[in-house]
Write a new protein. Structure first.
Lengths: 475, 503
């Protein structure tokens, strides 16, 4: 689960103080947990398929006059041809360029009807498009989404492809090349998934590959992956199910089916040997990050890792924060995260080195924390806190119809569970699995999965003081 | 602040594994520019079974945005209680005081934010660790932060844990330990946070610009300048806490499956005994240093592949009439995805991944800003286009007066962005915090949709005449050697930013 951030342009709006330097939200967590019965969590839904293969998930809830549409295409970087890294994401941008019957007014129409949280995102295994709007506009949302599903390719020109390619290159510059620790993040991902692995090249892709993408590639990709049978439509919120079905038939029912492409499933394998990379960046503070390939999403160790990561980071009472930031004062900041995917999960543990402290000592302390957890497991109180944080985060997320990236909130969770397990209603099972994780499980999985023999270590070294001059005491 | 932007995008101190990439970064929202491209002509033969798609569907009757006015009570000691019922499993509880960064004296920037943070680092009853364990046992973290005009502590709890949550809030707000040992640790951590913040070029550009515009006191970042924070003592915090966290400045906000009747006795028990003399929040206008002519400050960042632009000018403060018209203006210029600035700099020229512009307004000052990270080679062209858009919006004679459709989209967006906040207790609590810190009537948001819809386009155009591109202060963080020749060629004079502004 990604943290439920409701930040408003933290980087731009100077009215706010920066996020207090502290741990980043990791998968969420509590000690008295056994004393309070967790409320039951479920998201009621109906699931069915159209003749053309489009899967539909409906969740109606009339508490607010809002309706959310969330459409997943089961395609991501995992499906990109060789030397087309970043293509799935570039394609996502092109989906906003217009379609045959709607014209080029996609965003303008959404804004005119009061749509909020409208965007598209690309992750390793999937691409999604989502928007929330006042309930009276459901038909407009379906009109828009169906037109680009069926007819996007009819209007795309070389000129618009070139513009969006440059926009995506700017995104790569802004999010990675010019961002503190961005180059390190790319180095970690590309070492974790070397050339030949479907995840190689990161979601954003390489500049060289982005340059190569042609209009013909776009058309081919559209024909192969943007078929109704390779997509799942979820509608959540204030609507009448019968009316929604009529609308879905009208707008999606006539779209012609194409064969759903075979999934390129490669078996999961952990990193064969440890890797180490040093990246020099214009930053004030050095950083150490460990990356691990973990078992695929929703395999048995996945919920255990979720709990293990919440024991390690994401709160001030967690092991990494207490040991590295509070007790030894070696780190300015720590984080732990887990992203579960089809071919492999990505676990990461990271510490920003405090001014004047040696990165070697930080690394030793990170190792000691991981080794301690692998040797002794968490205490009962730690385990209870971690589980309670995860529960509260999920409950907080289900307040929303669509979460910020379209993979949280009710529609996002239904989609996410359906994509990976085939069961949109997996949430209850998943929470039960979390609840059943024992201290012994955590101990075993940390020893097996977060071990030095199978990880990538990325050391970010401060190359030169950036403009904001390192102040006294800086190394 | 404004009800909300969509599509947030922010940096982060730790190595952000940005797995997902998305179409739009900025809270972008939209105008009716003269467009070069026409709608794709729908090839529409009678036999086409898909021809029905040419007609956009008709929307049903609009559902109004109903933002509930909170139930409000003032306790005998002056503490205000806001309760907003919402059926949700998780409640958001927050304590807010009407003093933030703006209340810090010259040379003590960071005071309010660090004070808020230190509330969560131990109380007279509990150590820092015990406090963290107690909140995390409730599944949550005590969040403490400050803005320009307010400071707050908040916690999210299950409905069944609301009393425990309120007890924790009362404990941290009224009996913080301010232990020297913890302060020394937090201060070190905080200073590294400030150093990390200054690694981010876009953040640095905004810091330099606001300090330059607003001066050393009002322009200092809420989180503090490095030299100021280095000098702060635990005594400073104790003093600020004693003066600022008094009942007349303090509100308790509760949003969730709760009622005033159920909550009031608990809040009375926990918050009703506090005392303290009034300490009014600052409200006098702050003088802004408007450059006599366009000023471009540069912060050299070698080998930077992008230039971070932050352009700013004075604008009316929050309480000046026309606040909502200025929100509409900011939204159509730089808030919507199809905002004038975004259509130009991103969608037409591909100079950037996204550009954002808006009116900022606090109790003491206002500003209008535009921010974008642009490809290094396009820096001068981007700046030219940015200025041209402001000029076009200001001067109807330049061919692009504010149009009804773009103003309508901005109104719609602002109204429905408020409606969307009703989805989450934390967002409703944020709105209630604004009510209290800005001294707005409890029904301000209840009336907001009507208020925004009523703003005439002519009024938005009138506010646009306040744009002064010729007096803009522009900060560029980028590779000076690469961008300076192009900028000079376009007639921009550059000066180096005073290193003090970077602190």
């Amino acid at each position: 689960m990604s943290a439920l951030a409701v930040g408003l342009l933290a980087a731009l709006i100077p009215l706010r103080a920066p996020a207090a330097p502290g741990p980043r939200a990791a998968p969420a967590s509590a000690e008295r947990a056994s004393a309070v019965e967790a409320p039951p969590v479920s998201i009621p839904f109906a699931k069915f398929k159209l003749k053309n293969g489009l899967t539909v998930i409906l969740h109606s809830d009339h508490s607010l006059p809002l309706v959310a549409v969330n459409l997943w295409y089961h395609v991501g970087p995992a499906n990109e041809p060789a030397h087309r890294s970043g293509f799935a994401h570039l394609f996502e941008h092109l989906m906003f360029e217009g379609s045959k019957h709607v014209g080029h007014e996609f965003d303008r129409i959404l804004e005119s009807i009061g749509a909020t949280n409208s965007n598209g995102t690309t992750s390793w295994d999937r691409t999604n498009f989502f928007e929330t709007a006042p309930r009276e506009n459901l038909s407009t949302l379906l009109w828009l989404e169906s037109d680009r599903m069926g007819f996007m390719i009819d209007t795309l020109t070389q000129e618009r492809l070139d513009v969006q390619r440059d926009v995506v290159k700017n995104e790569r510059r802004q999010s990675y090349e010019n961002a503190p620790y961005g180059p390190s993040s790319l180095a970690l991902l590309n070492t974790l998934f070397p050339e030949g692995h479907p995840y190689h090249g990161a979601v954003i892709g390489s500049m060289a590959d982005l340059t190569l993408a042609s209009l013909e590639d776009v058309k081919e990709f559209f024909r192969e992956y943007y078929a109704p049978s390779n997509a799942t439509l979820c509608i959540a919120g204030d609507f009448d199910e019968a009316e929604a079905k009529t609308l879905i038939d009208r707008y999606f029912g006539t779209l012609s089916d194409r064969t759903r492409p075979a999934q390129k499933l490669i078996p999961y394998a952990p990193l064969p040997k440890p890797e180490r990379v040093t990246v020099k960046e214009p930053v004030n503070l050095a950083q150490i990050s460990y990356g691990y390939r973990t078992p695929p999403a929703f395999t048995p160790d996945d919920p255990v890792l979720e709990v293990a990561i919440a024991v390690l980071g994401g709160g001030k009472a967690t092991r990494l924060y207490q040991r590295l930031v509070v007790e030894t004062k070696l780190a300015a900041d720590v984080s732990a995260s887990l992203e579960s995917n089809q071919l492999a999960g990505i676990a990461s543990v990271s510490a920003t080195v405090a001014t004047g402290k040696p990165s070697g000592a930080v690394e030793r302390e990170l190792d000691a924390v991981l080794a301690g957890l692998a040797k002794n497991g968490p205490t009962a109180a730690e385990l209870a806190r971690a589980k309670r944080r995860i529960l509260v985060e999920v409950l907080s997320s289900v307040e929303l119809l669509n979460g910020p990236g379209g993979d949280s909130g009710r529609a996002g969770l239904l989609q996410r569970f359906d994509h990976y397990t085939g069961d949109p209603g997996y949430l209850g099972k998943w929470l039960t699995q979390i609840e059943q994780v024992s201290a012994a499980d955590v101990k075993r999985v940390v020893a097996e999965q977060l071990k030095p023999e199978a990880r990538v270590v990325v050391l970010t070294e401060a190359e030169a003081a950036p403009p904001a001059a390192a102040t006294k005491g800086a190394p | 602040m404004a009800p909300p932007s969509k599509r947030a995008f922010g940096g982060s101190l730790s190595l952000a594994l940005l797995f997902a990439a998305c179409a739009s970064p900025t809270p972008v929202h939209a105008p009716e520019l003269p467009r070069t491209e026409s709608r794709a002509a729908p090839p529409n033969t009678p036999a086409d079974p898909e021809a029905f798609r040419n007609a956009p569907p008709k929307a049903g009757a609009p559902a109004p945005v109903v933002f509930p006015a909170p139930a409000v009570k003032t306790l005998k000691n002056g503490v205000t209680l806001y309760v907003i019922p919402k059926h949700a499993a998780v409640a958001t509880l927050s304590v807010v005081v009407r003093h933030g960064g703006a209340s810090a004296p010259l040379g003590k920037s960071g005071l309010a934010a660090l004070t808020a943070r230190m509330l969560t680092e131990g109380t007279q009853k509990r150590s820092s660790l015990a406090l963290a364990e107690a909140s995390e046992a409730l599944g949550s973290t005590l969040e403490a932060d400050a803005g320009r005009d307010e400071s707050h502590v908040a916690i999210a709890t299950l409905t069944s844990d609301v009393t425990r949550g309120l007890e924790l809030l009362a404990e941290v707000v009224f009996s913080p330990a301010f232990a020297k040992q913890e302060f020394d640790r937090v201060k070190g951590e905080w200073l590294d946070g400030l150093r990390a913040e200054r690694q981010e070029p876009s953040r640095l550009a905004s810091l330099v610009a606001l300090r330059s515009l607003l001066g050393a006191a009002a322009g200092a970042p809420v989180s503090g300048s490095i030299p100021d924070v280095e000098k702060l003592s635990v005594g400073d915090l104790i003093d600020f806490h004693r003066k600022a966290y008094v009942p007349s400045n303090l509100a308790v906000i509760a949003v969730g499956d709760l009622t005033m009747a159920g909550l009031e006795p608990e809040v009375e028990r926990l918050f009703g005994q506090a005392k303290g003399p009034a300490f009014p929040a600052p409200s006098a206008s702050v003088a802004e240093d408007k450059p006599a002519k366009l000023k471009v400050l540069i912060v050299d960042r070698k080998d930077s592949v992008q230039t971070s632009i932050f352009a700013v000018q004075p604008f009316p403060k929050r309480s000046e009439p026309g606040f909502e018209a200025r929100e509409i203006l900011g939204t159509l210029l730089g808030g919507l995805f199809t905002s004038r600035l975004n259509l130009n700099l991103r969608e037409k020229h591909a100079y950037t991944y996204g550009v954002h512009g808006q009116a900022l307004a606090t109790r003491q000052w206002g500003a209008f800003f535009v921010a974008a990270d642009v490809k290094t080679e396009t820096t001068a062209d981007s700046l030219v286009e940015l200025l041209a858009e402001l000029e076009r919006a200001r001067d109807p004679k330049r061919g692009a007066p504010i149009q009804e459709p773009e103003a309508a989209r901005a109104r719609t967006d602002l109204m429905h962005a408020l409606g969307a906040r009703l989805e989450h207790t934390s967002q409703i609590a944020d709105s209630a915090r604004t009510l209290f810190s800005q001294g707005l009537a409890p029904d301000y948001y209840a009336k907001y949709p009507e208020l925004v819809l009523r703003v005439p386009t002519a009024e938005v155009a009138r506010q646009a005449t306040l744009l002064e591109p010729e007096h803009l202060l522009v900060v560029l963080v980028g590779d000076r050697a690469q961008i300076e020749p192009g900028l000079k060629q376009r007639g921009f004079e550059l000066s180096s930013a005073d290193p003090k502004l970077l602190e």
